[in-house]
Design a protein. Structure first.
Length: 146
């Protein structure tokens, strides 16, 4: 699956810009996921009208999902078809909201070693992320073992 890379402290306003929060159809909201971020590759992706990220993965820096407690953020990510969000740490309320709706969020200290455009495989039960582009593996603690 393809990686979209974001930095530290991505907040819920960047994940779903406030101007879209009045949309009643969650699938329409999902078309604007991460539109407020500073990822130039992602902005170009949207500018070209390629709105589908289904089957892809978001990888970010620390404190992903900080800011307001709006549940729109993890919901939009999930409905957009993102399989995993991987980061060294998450804002607690975002993490809890993601967990509640079944969005797979993975805390991995080595997330910064994964780059934009890399292809990865995630073995949830084993706690392994395989970067098939860089031929590396990164470990995380599977939540069922906690």
């Amino acid at each position: 699956m393809k990686v979209w890379k974001f930095g530290d402290d991505v907040n819920t306003d960047e994940i779903v810009p406030a101007k879209y929060l009045n949309m009643s159809d969650a699938s329409e909201l999902a078309k604007h996921v991460m539109e407020g971020t500073d990822n130039d590759g992602f902005k170009e992706f949207y500018a070209q009208g390629e709105k589908s990220v289904e089957g892809d993965t978001f990888v970010a820096g620390k404190n992903f999902g900080c800011g307001s407690s709006r549940e729109h953020a993890p919901l939009a990510i999930k409905i957009a078809g993102i399989l995993y969000v991987i980061a060294p740490s998450f804002a607690r309320i975002f993490y809890r909201s993601a967990f509640n709706i079944g969005l797979a969020v993975i805390e991995c200290a080595e997330a910064e070693k994964i780059h934009q455009g890399d292809n990865i495989e995630v073995l949830l039960g084993d706690g392994v992320i395989r970067n098939t582009t860089a031929h590396k593996e990164y470990r995380f603690i599977p939540k069922h073992l906690l």
